[in-house]
Design a protein around this ligand. Structure first.
Ligand code: ZN
Ligand code: MN
Length: 141
């Protein structure tokens, strides 16, 4: 879905959209970097100097609640935000913190997890930890 479709859908649900909120959404849809709220703030502030970090958080929460973005939380580190709301896997660099998509068919394990745990399983998340190609080059120097 592109920004126009998402804006139209949310408008139909009565969600108010300011140019700042639109800039947040457009940035998330245009980047593969999985930015933190702080990085989104720095980006949007270049165009809208009056934007507040509160607006960034409110907008991210709203987009997440309506299923248009993903929040990837990492314990006490800052969450990363992903403009692709469909479940997919990620690789995380332990050195520089970069988060990269790993697209492959989803593992068919939810049913097995339900059987073993008694949980009603709603989904799963998988991440690979390691050292990215750029950091590997640095290691060799
Ligand atoms: Zn790295
Ligand atoms: Mn992703």
């Amino acid at each position: 879905m592109d920004a126009i479709d998402i804006l139209r859908k949310l408008k139909n649900k009565g969600v108010r959209f300011t140019p700042q909120r639109q800039a947040i959404l457009e940035f998330l849809l245009s980047t593969k970097s999985h930015p933190t709220a702080e990085e989104i703030y720095q980006h949007v502030r270049a165009k809208f100097p009056g934007v507040s970090l509160g607006t960034i958080y409110n907008t991210l929460n709203m987009l997440k609640e309506h299923g248009h973005i993903l929040e990837l939380s990492y314990g006490d580190m800052s969450s990363r935000f992903d403009g692709n709301p469909d479940n997919h896997y990620h690789l995380v660099c332990s050195k520089c913190g970069k988060v990269v998509d790993f697209h492959r068919p989803l593992l068919d394990v939810n049913h097995e997890a339900e059987e073993m745990s008694g949980f009603r399983v709603l989904g799963h998340r998988m991440e690979f930890y390691g050292v990215c190609p750029e950091c590997r080059k640095d290691e060799m120097n």
